[in-house]
Design a protein around this ligand. Structure first.
Ligand code: GLC
Length: 749
């Protein structure tokens, strides 16, 4: 006998009232967790099948046509309570209809979660996350995520699979595009900013969405940089490098985590009880839910750790997975695993509670349709305000790598400009791989952006080459166009396909024959600016040696062309700094600024008996934290509060900076420390603070930093975080290798 909706609702309501009354009379021993009673009451009336359905996340059906986002089978599964969340089903009107099926046509009316990979914008796309990280503007990064949440939530989405917080030092791995680069300290700050942006202060609002810290954990160090490869790292690297941004996301209140495809030291993350329960739950106290990455449960058979999907379902649930993305292992096999006593219903209840709690926190039980308002969708998506925000952070993310003879900014009085290269007018490349519902038609390409900036100029365009073919047939046209111009802007780099997931590259040169095209244009001996479009650091050695002006434009998003024109023609002075090292050679990888000194450091003496290479230097092509400006800055007057600081004291640092150049500009002042003597080896420098300041020409400012003993902690031999007394070097600079001021202080017990 099935209860019909009305009976169920009455029963459900009665249970709520009883549990609330009970609560009023009993002396509450435990801390009242919001929604605990509601979750428990609902759980009490759910069948095992309905509980397992809440653990099942499936994708959309068919093509993007709104009539086929979910087919009749999925609609029926929703009615039966066999699906709890959907991914990739978007559109306020459409989601309203699907939600109605869940709420009005299933027995218990439990609302669905609607998820999407809103990684760097929803319809109005901001630059890719690695580019946004180059802005070193945490406020702008948070606002970018906030805007994405506004647009996504207006279109029926209440859960995003972002921020990706994997730290990586391997630019062969295409997914560095999605992260914040190589540094755990900076990556932690960016992770928290993005979580705050997506979730706001109140998940109950209809313009905040559940965030997801991914990919837990250690995905950023795939062996050989190869996608989906194993991660075989020391526990030290796991704790020092990979976990901090995930911890920062937890401390920022992230609602969900996603397991990574990789194994961590021979245990696939999806069945790593150490990670999913030991670290997340027992050590950190996380109370949200864990979703797998796509089909990782069935992939356990490929890993060779389970014999079949039924075992995969049991082992991953026991390890701490709450929701199965796309493999159907939970919905197909968990019931049998309960029958076979490999999992208990209580194990399932634990996962269901976490998911129901998230749905309550989102306010979906109060108003299941709050994220499906077609009128709001029309008003709040791809607005001019959102475009301006995207343009602003795109400007801030660009990094001026070279500017010999101050060739940039170009004059606005130029009459004829040649814009050449496969990236000059490619809308897809400007959106990147995680383009969500990005509107190709709305993308401002480089050519369009320059025409917008200089409406009276004669802007000549030639593609010149493809992204990666060896077709040189376009060279002649490109040379002909360049010959007519007063200046040439070359747009080269990677296509939309070259970075992102499943895009590991063994070579990180500019693909195809694009460099040859640059060399032919360079031979014309005209003023040449190269704009680089890429989702990862590239080995651009020839460009660095021969091209006078190079601007890193990354994958700049919907307003990319306008933002680039703002920078190239001087309406914005570039302020970006690299969040990830550009190697001199792919042979240096992993290469990063916070390296260890070794017992035989390269002391520059030319001796071969030092830690180095036979054929290349140790130094990277461009270091972490590097970026030029159209102006210059002088760092001076470093003052340390006290040379000797007690453990519980604060280290106060102040310095002055002056704009010594012709135009106003922003500088990212970076503070590094080095622990000069410790019980374990320590990096030659570690970023421990930064300030981004705007200065008018001639203006100077006093900048203050504060450090505490916590900022100086190290992981000792027993892998415990401690602070050791001793001497520390303090360095302040314009990049990790451009240290302008130095000092020392001593920490004592
Ligand atoms: C992908 C990615 C993950 C993404 C998920 C859903 O395979 O690894 O980052 O969120 O599937 O699209």
């Amino acid at each position: 006998m099935t209860l019909n909706n009305k009976t169920t609702f009455v029963l459900f309501f009665v249970l709520i009232v009883l549990s609330t009354l009970a609560g009023c009379t009993s002396d509450r021993q435990e801390v009242v967790k919001p929604f605990k009673d509601q979750v428990d009451s609902l759980l009490a009336v759910m069948t095992l099948e309905e509980k397992i359905g809440q653990l099942n996340l499936v994708g959309r059906d068919g093509n993007l046509d709104s009539a086929t986002r979910i087919g009749p089978d999925k609609a029926e599964a929703i009615r039966k309570g066999h699906i709890g969340s959907l991914i990739g089903v978007v559109g306020a009107g459409f989601n309203r209809e699907v939600q109605r099926i869940a709420v009005e046509e299933s027995r218990l009316g439990i609302p669905l979660l609607f998820a999407r990979d809103v990684i760097h914008g929803y319809k109005t796309l901001t630059p890719v996350p690695l580019a946004e990280a180059a802005s070193w503007d945490l406020g702008a990064i948070e606002k970018s995520a906030r805007m994405a949440a506004f647009e996504a939530s207006a279109s029926g989405i209440n859960w995003t699979y972002a921020p990706m917080v994997d730290v990586s030092r391997d630019p062969r791995w295409g997914r560095v595009m999605e992260g914040a680069g190589e540094d755990p300290y900076y990556g932690s700050l960016v992770a928290a900013a993005r979580v705050r942006g997506f979730q706001g202060n109140d998940l109950n609002l209809n313009n905040t969405i559940l965030a997801c810290a991914k990919h837990f954990a250690g995905y950023g160090s795939p062996m050989a940089g190869r996608e989906y490869s194993i991660t075989d790292i020391s526990m030290r690297e796991l704790y020092e490098v990979h976990l901090p941004p995930f911890k920062a996301a937890f401390e920022a209140g992230v609602g969900t985590y996603m397991t990574s495809f990789t194994e961590i030291n021979a245990i696939p993350a999806t069945v790593s009880r150490f990670l999913l329960t030991g670290i997340l739950r027992e050590r950190w106290g996380f109370d949200g839910f864990v979703v797998t990455d796509w089909s990782t449960i069935t992939q356990l058979m490929e890993h060779g750790v389970v014999a079949d999907s039924a075992s995969g379902a049991a082992v991953s649930l026991k390890a701490g997975v709450d929701m199965d993305m796309g493999s159907l292992a939970f919905v197909n096999y968990l019931k049998s695993q309960v029958d076979e006593k490999r999992v208990t219903e209580a194990d399932i209840d634990t996962a269901v509670r976490r998911i129901l709690l998230a749905k309550y926190r989102l306010g979906l039980f109060e108003d299941p349709y709050r994220y499906a308002d077609p009128e709001r969708e029309k008003r709040e998506v791809l607005t001019s305000e959102n475009r301006e925000l995207a343009r602003d952070i795109a400007r801030k993310s660009m990094v001026l790598l070279k500017n010999e003879g101050q060739l940039l900014p170009l004059s606005k009085s130029l009459k004829t400009i040649a814009v050449i290269g496969p990236l000059a007018d490619d809308k897809r490349a400007f959106m990147g791989r995680w383009k969500a519902e990005g509107n190709k038609g709305g993308v401002i390409t480089l050519v369009r952006g320059i025409k917008n900036k200089l409406p009276d100029a004669n802007v000549l365009f030639a593609r010149g080459a493809d992204f990666e073919s060896d077709d040189r047939s376009g060279f002649q046209e490109a040379l002909a166009v360049a010959r007519q111009a007063e200046a040439v802007i070359l747009a080269v780099g990677e296509s939309q396909r070259h970075s992102g997931e499943a895009s590991t590259r063994a070579s990180i040169d500019i693909p195809g024959v694009q460099l040859e095209l640059v060399q032919k244009i360079h031979a014309l001996d005209k003023p040449v600016v190269v704009l680089l479009f890429n989702g990862r650091p590239l080995t651009i050695n020839w460009l660095k040696d021969n091209i006078p002006a190079i601007l890193e434009a990354w994958i700049p998003g919907t307003e990319g062309g306008n933002a680039i024109a703002d920078v190239v023609f001087g309406d914005y002075n570039p302020s970006g700094k690299l969040p990830m090292t550009f190697p001199h050679s792919v042979g240096q990888i992993p290469v990063f600024y916070s390296y260890k000194n070794t017992g035989r450091p390269d002391d520059g003496s030319g001796s071969r008996w030092v830690s180095g290479y036979y054929d290349i230097p140790n130094e990277p092509l461009y270091p972490f934290g590097y970026g030029l400006s159209y102006t210059t800055f002088e760092y001076f007057d470093l003052q340390l509060g006290k040379p000797k600081i007690e453990m519980d004291d604060t280290i106060r640092v102040r310095m002055k900076i002056r704009n010594t150049g012709p135009v106003k500009g922003e500088e990212v002042i970076q503070l590094y420390i080095r622990d000069l003597l410790a019980s374990v080896t320590r990096p030659v420098k570690e970023l421990k603070g930064f300030k981004k300041v705007m200065l008018e020409p001639g203006e100077s400012k006093t900048i203050k930093f504060q450090l505490s003993a916590n900022d100086l902690m190290l992981l000792n031999e027993e892998l415990k975080w401690i602070t050791e007394p001793g001497e520390f070097q303090l360095m302040i600079g314009s990049s990790s290798s451009d240290i302008r001021l130095e000092g020392k202080f001593e920490l004592f017990q």
